[in-house]
Design a protein around this ligand. Structure first.
Ligand code: HEC
Ligand code: HEC
Length: 693
């Protein structure tokens, strides 16, 4: 195989990368997929053997025997050590800056409200594991307009390992008195034996409840709908007249006096909106759109591009590293979103900062009524002065640095490598921080780790029976006959493409999330990976290749433009990731269907249909029944109707419906009901070794 061919042809690598690693591997649809080869290099998403990488380094005039040469060109050696470090960061390193998440939002303060209940429930486990910590409230808790009563039992979805003292993915920090959140809170679960299963989504996690508990959760208002709209009076635009009341008056960036929303009214409205979101769902993008998604599977190897719209696609590990960095920055740095709020949301940045601060959890960060001289406050100016006095100047930039070529904070430009102009890259010198290292070390380590994950085996009796009876094998043929494999190409069951909304027709909101950034993008650049942090002025810079991904380095990926799109999700691990589609709208509760011996089914409990019957009530969706709703025209109609009847899921609220992806396998498309059942069994068998038990 010609090395030059591998190095030069981006699209070839993009489509069939595994072949580069296992040239003579003959893929049968029911064989295990290749795994990430340790000892290879990642070069902006291309896998290179050590020889190929050495050749590339030499070609650039560098010494292939010096490990730094590889770092200089942006190649990452995939070592077991890197994977292990990535695992430690994934499980144990908090995400986000303390200033925003704790000081302003008040995450730990909110979590502490139910800490006695959590500790009691864990003590009662007597060292046994659980995948759903049930807590019994010891007092009434009012969030928004809802009251949870003393004695109420809440399914938190929190995971506790065997012998665990605290829920998986939550890290109490004695020093700061905070509770940190790690990737594992959402992207790991525990097996029946109580062992960690990384990459399996924590699909029942009570994220909305945990968010609403925070005293100033409205600091995250731009994650929800901020479009001023008379048809949706509940929108969370700070200038929406329904929130007028006791808000502070500030000076906006044009010098005008503006009255902020009443802090209590605004917090109540935000909590109400958040509590309308089903469990296992979360809204990460500060886009002013209601476009929550469910937590996806984390078996990332060859499953690029990343996130529902495929917006993370450039750079090391095919966009995975820039996404890992984003989780710590653009997805959670609540203040940095103010930089672009005027251009992307039409919200003045001072109004943004004022709304964010006026009800801050830490009283020292709350805006004053007026300055000592009697003038109104300009929030950004006041914040800088206050931060200086507290000795936490620019605390929102904790562990983050501006991208090269992005300008200066707080006026950074976004790029395909960072949507807020910042990178997560903690100071190389901090010995006690597992994420500290050279530029982008932590992001790349988390990539190497996540790419090492494979779905755990499906050990259910149903899978055993379906394999033994030949149903899985027949289902594999149905999969091909029904043309599923044209997009979900084995062995990774994806074509690595973003399909336009017009083709997939699932709920459109999330597909459009990044469109507002398109005209603002600058060229994506990184520092070379031998750069130490803090970055010196003489640090070397790398251009991030975008060929084959976007039409130009400063436009969003093909498929997202012009109207938004969704990437083809992998189908590996489906039996662990119900419900389905990015919005999780294709959901059916266990026991809602009765399936007869010949594969026919009947809805026996209509209350179990849709998110309404499942995660909106903190109850899990059943994989087999939910897949049937994906494939069966009639059942899908009932599921979508159940979603649409629920005001909490309406387009004005969480905006989740389960529409689209109309690739049905039922009588109407010429398949028998037995074939539909076989296909479901096949899909549920797609684990680490689909053909075996
Ligand atoms: C509060 C829950 C939560 C936490 C914590 C969290 N994620 Fe996620 N993650 C999500 C959700 C929800 C999505 C879907 C986002 C979207 O597509 O809009 C997601 C998407 C992803 C994806 C994309 C998967 C794919 O196939 O496209 C990756 C990779 C990922 N997260 C990794 C991480 C890492 C690494 C961390 C820690 C640094 C982390 N996440 C922390 C909820 C979470
Ligand atoms: C034109 C390309 C295309 C075809 C054909 C196609 N899919 Fe998909 N599939 C997608 C995309 C894109 C998504 C993500 C859509 C979303 O989440 O909004 C998806 C999502 C899915 C999901 C949800 C995965 C999850 O984790 O939620 C399943 C299951 C699925 N497809 C199975 C199938 C089956 C079975 C067929 C054949 C009957 C099929 N697909 C045909 C592109 C396709």
């Amino acid at each position: 195989m010609a090395v030059a061919g591998i190095l030069l042809s981006n699209s070839w690598m993009g489509n069939q990368p595994a072949f580069a690693t296992f040239p003579r591997y003959n893929f049968q649809i029911l064989q295990p997929a290749p795994t990430q080869p340790v000892g290879y290099y990642d070069y902006f998403g291309k896998l290179l053997s050590p020889r190929q990488a050495a050749k590339l380094v030499k070609h650039q005039g560098l010494n292939p025997r010096d490990p730094v040469s590889y770092q200089k060109i942006g190649a990452v050696e995939i070592t077991q050590e890197l994977i292990d470090k990535g695992e430690e960061i994934y499980f144990n390193r908090k995400i986000g800056d303390n200033f925003g998440l704790q000081g302003v939002f008040g995450f730990a303060q909110g979590f502490a409200t139910v800490l006695p209940e959590i500790r009691t429930a864990i003590a009662q486990l007597n060292g046994q594991p659980t995948s759903n910590l049930q807590i019994t409230l010891q007092k009434n808790i009012t969030l928004g307009n809802r009251t949870f009563h003393i004695g109420d039992v809440i399914n938190t979805g929190l995971k506790v390992e065997k012998g665990g003292k605290f829920p998986l993915g939550f890290i109490p920090d004695e020093k700061t008195g905070t509770i940190g959140v790690t990737c594992a809170a959402c992207h790991a679960t525990v097996s029946q034996e109580g062992k960690r299963l990384a990459g399996v989504p924590n699909g029942e996690l009570a994220i909305p409840f945990l968010i609403a508990l925070s005293p100033n959760s409205a600091a995250g208002f731009v994650r929800l709908n901020t479009q001023l709209d008379p048809n949706n009076p509940l929108n969370l635009n700070p200038l929406n007249p329904i929130y007028k009341g006791d808000g502070k008056t500030i000076i906006d960036s044009k010098g005008n006096q503006v009255e902020l929303p009443d802090p209590q009214k605004f917090e109540t409205a935000f909590d109400d909106a958040v509590l309308d979101v089903p469990f296992g769902h979360f809204e990460s993008s500060p886009d002013g759109i209601d476009d929550t998604t469910q937590i996806p599977s984390g078996f990332t190897f060859q499953n690029h591009p990343y996130t529902a719209d495929g917006g993370f696609s450039v750079g090391s590990f095919n966009g995975l590293s820039v996404f890992n960095s984003a989780v710590h920055s653009s997805e959670i740095n609540l203040l940095a979103a103010a930089q672009l709020s005027e251009q992307t949301l039409g919200i003045d940045s001072e109004v943004y900062i004022g709304t964010f601060l006026q009800n801050a959890a830490d009283p020292r960060l709350r805006l004053p009524e007026r300055l000592p001289d009697g003038n109104y406050v300009q929030p950004s100016v006041w914040l800088r002065q206050q931060q200086q006095q507290l000795g936490i100047l620019f605390a929102e930039l904790e562990d983050q640095i501006p991208a090269p070529g992005a300008g200066n904070y707080p006026k950074l430009k976004p790029s395909l490598a960072t949507f807020n102009g910042l990178f997560f890259s903690p100071n190389s010198g901090q010995a006690d921080d597992i994420a500290s290292g050279k530029f982008f070390f932590a992001a790349n380590a988390m990539s190497a780790f996540q790419n090492s994950l494979v779905p755990p085996p499906n050990r259910s009796q149903e899978n055993w029976k379906a394999l033994r009876s030949g149903s899985v094998q027949r289902g594999a043929r149905v999969f091909q006959k029904a043309n599923c494999a044209s997009c979900h190409i084995p062995p990774f069951f994806t074509d690595n493409k973003i399909h336009p909304l017009e083709e997939i027709r699932t709920n459109s909101a999330r597909a459009k999330s990044r469109l507002g950034l398109n005209d603002l993008l600058v060229k994506p650049k990184l520092y070379t990976y031998d750069t130490t942090v803090p970055v010196s002025a003489s640090a070397e810079v790398l251009d991030v290749p975008t060929e084959g991904i976007s039409d130009t380095p400063t436009t969003l990926p093909k498929g997202i433009l012009p109207n938004g799109g969704y990437k083809t999700t992998t189908l590996r691990g489906l039996y662990f990731s119900a419900p389905y589609l990015h919005d999780g709208g294709v959901a059916v509760r266990e026991g809602s269907l009765k399936v007869f011996w010949d594969g026919r089914y009947r809805v026996v409990d209509p209350t179990g249909l849709g998110l309404t019957g499942t995660l909106s009530r903190g109850l899990p969706a059943d994989p087999a029944s939910s897949l049937r709703a994906l494939l069966d025209h009639q059942l899908r109609e009932q599921v979508v109707a159940a979603n649409k009847r629920n005001p909490a899921l309406s387009p004005q609220r969480s905006n989740l419906d389960g529409t689209g992806h109309e690739f049905y396998v039922d009588n109407q498309t010429g398949f028998s009901i037995q074939q539909q059942t076989d296909l479901i069994n096949f899909l549920l068998a797609l684990d680490d070794d689909p053909g075996n038990f």
